[in-house]
Design a binder for this molecule. Structure first.
Ligand code: WTA
Length: 631
């Protein structure tokens, strides 16, 4: 691909071109993809009007670019290498030709149940090849996929199914993770029993774990039964550039999770472009991203990005610590992984298990390491560099979000100078700005502020599913004409960016985004909880942990903490369980009734000084009581 950046000089030139002449820059890049019809305009609409559009007028199907295109040049290249949970079970390999056939068959299976363009399909599955295949099968038909991470509870699943009015749910009997089986079908059944899920007509169950499940007559179908008769050809649906490709739910600072909506052409170009340039994967390389397809990283950098580039993507079913904390490194050596992309939380967890688990492996196939999902701390960065990369692999610290579709700020492997814990420089087409409290742009080079992006980029979120007003208010209103990321950021004298973390009420727990309001709502469901306030606190492994302050009624029993944990597990899922729950008599509130979270955050972090202005507190004595009881 002639748009691949190959030096710092090349980067500078391309950055300038994308800034000064974006239509020409992105138009040229888009020409290297297959289209049914070319665009009328490269960019149209604006952030101001919340109607950003890319490649308007064009028609395409993303799966033609992920699959069919490669059948001409490399049909027998491995597209997918699948590594099962149990190390004794053999890996599955699918060539581009085989993956194409499986995707077509699956698309035909969905079609046989009436799925058509624009319908929403919920994929609530574990990390099996059929998940990646189902994602692409939806895209083949123009159906909108909504993948829900397997760690969410029945209630959370039901909320997402309802919000997008999904008509089909695809799940597994059970998901295998380490020595555990996650009963996905059972959770799906519980979700579908709720009134929210009346929209669901069919459920397809892929057999993986072999656990007992119940099948509802007329609604539930076994994947293997339906697939038997399916044809291996399925014509790709003709999609308009701005037709929706997928919805993916993510947490915000208020309210229920938002369905982040991405469209076809811009997302495709962005996924392909960023994958090629950040990771610099070559023909014989083997790239492995350890994320789950239930998160955006798995959408863009396990599924679409690698396949659009004709690379081999590795998919792993299991967990990093089973059978032991050397599992990742065992896989790297056994399969000769060259590019390895993971989250700081995994690095920190493995670092904590002891160096003997990593140092016994050669890891000499590795060329590039990546990090994503949360700020990587200095210690973890150096451990990754020394023990995994053996000081010879660049670490690309990639900053981006569900909303950005793909990476926005990151070193380009082997090209950009590295600086530990810095996402370094923006990709061409990305124009970061730091804003101060007053809403003004900070012009000094060395600065700290709220990170915004000026100008739309192709992979940018287009709206929140079913709620365009909320989309505008959340992202485009705080700083008019710009996209507000919700992150704080520093810029150094060289112009390198370092993301410091969320500046809103979102906590990043083990790289998972969790809204404090959501956890509070869940805790409030417990009948004996009168009020709850949730904040994040620094956590050695998870990055941030969840700290809940609760006020309880006189009827609450001794087991209240445990019951609260169960309530959160029920309403959101185990990933949102608070690490600490402190029972308090009151919460620090202003006279107008607003909880002063700033104070609660400080106390949770064991910082007992400099609470700032507390003169507006209704009852300052509660602060002392909370301080005394801190966990
Ligand atoms: C955080 C994950 C620091 C950030 C792709 C962002 C990061 C949120 C980094 C998005 C990084 C992601 N350095 N922080 N390299 N990457 N973040 O939507 O706070 O799950 O806003 O997307 O993760 O999380 P999301």
């Amino acid at each position: 691909m002639d748009w691949r950046i190959n030096s710092m000089e090349d980067y500078n030139q391309k950055y300038e071109k994308a800034l000064n002449n974006p239509d020409a820059y992105w138009g040229d890049i888009a020409k290297s993809f297959d289209w049914f019809k070319e665009w009328n305009s490269v960019r149209s609409g604006s952030i101001q009007d919340a109607d950003m559009r890319w490649f308007d007028g064009a028609q395409l199907n993303i799966t033609v670019n992920c699959l069919d295109r490669h059948l001409k040049t490399q049909p027998n290249k491995e597209a997918l290498l699948y590594i099962p949970n149990d190390p004794s079970e053999e890996a599955t390999r699918l060539t581009y030709k085989e993956l194409h056939a499986e995707v077509c068959k699956t698309a035909n299976m969905f079609k046989s149940l009436g799925v058509k363009k624009g319908d929403r399909v919920c994929l609530y599955m574990s990390m099996v090849p059929e998940l990646l295949i189902s994602v692409l099968a939806c895209a083949r038909l123009g159906a909108i996929h909504s993948v829900v991470f397997g760690g969410f509870s029945a209630q959370a699943l039901a909320g997402r199914i309802e919000d997008a009015s999904c008509t089909l749910v695809v799940t597994n009997d059970g998901g295998l993770r380490g020595n555990k089986t996650i009963e996905l079908k059972k959770i799906t059944d519980d979700a579908l029993a709720m009134k929210e899920c009346a929209c669901v007509k069919n459920v397809i169950v892929h057999k993986r774990a072999g656990n007992e499940v119940s099948m509802k007559e007329g609604r539930d179908h076994w994947w293997h039964d339906l697939m038997k008769d399916m044809d291996t050809q399925c014509d790709p649906e003709v999609m308009e550039a701005e037709d929706t490709l997928f919805v993916l739910y993510t947490s915000g600072s208020t309210g229920k999770p938002k369905g982040i909506q991405h469209t076809t052409a811009g997302y495709m170009v962005w996924a392909a472009y960023t994958f090629a340039n950040v990771f610099q994967v070559n023909k014989d390389d083997l790239y492995w991203c350890t994320a789950d397809i239930g998160w955006i990283t798995g959408h863009t950098y396990i599924t679409y990005g690698p396949l659009l580039n004709g690379a081999t993507t590795v998919m792993f079913e299991g967990v990093p610590t089973w059978p032991d904390a050397g599992r990742f490194w065992d896989i790297v050596d056994q399969y000769k992984i060259t590019h390895f992309y993971t989250a700081p939380t995994a690095i920190r967890a493995l670092m904590g298990c002891g160096n003997e688990f990593v140092d016994k492996y050669k890891l000499d196939s590795l060329k590039v390491l990546g990090s994503v999902g949360e700020p990587i701390n200095e210690e973890a960065w150096h451990w990754y560099d020394e023990h995994v990369g053996k000081k010879k692999c660049p670490i690309v610290d990639t900053w981006w979000q569900t909303e950005t579709g793909g990476i926005l700020i990151s070193p380009l492997a082997g090209i950009t100078k590295l600086k530990p814990c810095h996402a370094t420089l923006p990709l061409p087409g990305v124009h970061p700005v730091l804003m101060n409290e007053k809403g003004e742009e900070i012009m000094e080079r060395e600065a700290e502020g709220n990170l915004c992006i000026r100008n739309p980029w192709p992979g940018m979120v287009r709206t929140i599913y079913g709620d365009h007003e909320r989309f505008k208010n959340t992202y485009l209103s705080a700083y008019p004409g710009m996209y507000f990321t919700g992150d704080g950021c520093k810029r150094d004298a060289e112009g390198f960016y370092r993301i410091t973390g969320r500046v809103d009420d979102v906590i990043n727990v083990s790289g998972h985004r969790i809204g404090t309001a959501e956890v509070e709502d869940a805790i409030d469901q417990h009948p004996e909880v009168i009020e709850a306030a949730v904040v994040g606190f620094p956590h050695d492994i998870k990055g941030q942990g969840i700290y809940a302050y609760i006020i309880i009624s006189a009827n609450a029993g001794d087991n209240i903490q445990k019951e609260v944990l169960d309530t959160v597990t029920k309403f959101i899922g185990p990933i949102a369980k608070p690490d600490k729950i402190q029972v308090v008599k009151g919460l620090p509130k202003t006279r107008s009734g607003k909880i002063m979270r700033r104070i609660l955050r400080k106390i949770a972090a064991h910082e007992f000084e400099n609470f700032g202005d507390t003169s507006t507190l209704l009852d300052p004595s509660v602060v002392d009581e909370i301080k005394e009881g801190v966990l």
